[in-house]
Ligand binder design. Sequence first.
Ligand SMILES: NC(=O)c1ccc[n+]([C@@H]2O[C@H](COP(=O)([O-])OP(=O)(O)OC[C@H]3O[C@@H](n4cnc5c(N)ncnc54)[C@H](OP(=O)(O)O)[C@@H]3O)[C@@H](O)[C@H]2O)c1
Length: 264
Amino acid sequence: MSKTILITGASSGFGLLLATKLHQEGYKVIGTSRNIEKLKVPFKLLALDISDENSIKEFTNQLFETTNKLDVLINNAGYMHIGLAEETPIEQSKKQFDTNFWGTINLTNAIIPIFRKQKSGQIITVSSMMGLIGLPAKSIYTASKHALEGYFKSLRFELHQFNIKVSMLEPMWFKTNLGNHSSSSNEGINDYDLYRTATAAYIQKSIEDAEQPDVVVNKIRQILKAKQPMFRNPVGKMANMILFLNNHAYGMFESAIHKSVKNI
Ligand SMILES: NC(=O)c1ccc[n+]([C@@H]2O[C@H](COP(=O)([O-])OP(=O)(O)OC[C@H]3O[C@@H](n4cnc5c(N)ncnc54)[C@H](OP(=O)(O)O)[C@@H]3O)[C@@H](O)[C@H]2O)c1
């Protein structure tokens, strides 16, 4: 029997591509979006705003009407806030966490009882390379993804006894609508003027140089099929080299980033 897979944020980017591919391969796919009426997709689409607890409740009720079995939850929904740390108002920081961290946690907690009852399930959460390293002008996005990494690292132990597999995915830069959908800080502190411009150009270049997202879709398909999926799954050109520098030669890593930002 084909697996039933729930994918949050299936209206765009990784989520849309993955949901479409898995649907074509014969999986039963349930995707989510905050704006289901705007979209025509070949898979089942349900309304969900992960940052809204009422929306999660309504969604869960609807999910039970749609299916009596769920095999996989792919926590993909999220957005990126761009801005220098000191210039980011607390409201924008909280909003970033309401979606990327609390939204993901609340939805996961709504789904775990189904998996626990079944004594099987799989949770794959789309973190980011920014869940493992830090870069300028992305402090709050980075913090939200680091928080997810820590949370799910602990959760993996707790759910092992119920045969529920927990994995993260840490993509580098890929061509999706993440940049278009990002929010940004607008408080200006003059001392940062040059650095703000340089980091904005650095981020813009990263977006332009980004890889095609099918690599990420294939990585998720591998995790789905693995008997014992790894916890961490970095994906993208240079991912392993960056992690090596970050973990074993941090001075070199920092110098390389300072240089890249300066040279733009
Ligand atoms: N692209 C990259 O280079 C990259 C790298 C590392 C990690 N990531 C991560 O990959 C994931 C997917 O992003 P993407 O790159 O595919 O960007 P995207 O094209 O902007 O897609 C984001 C998806 O998230 C959904 N979403 C956003 N806020 C939501 C909320 N409050 N509730 C429910 N759904 C919400 C959006 O759906 P609706 O607007 O329809 O609700 C949309 O389908 C994100 O977690 C992102 O942090 C991306």
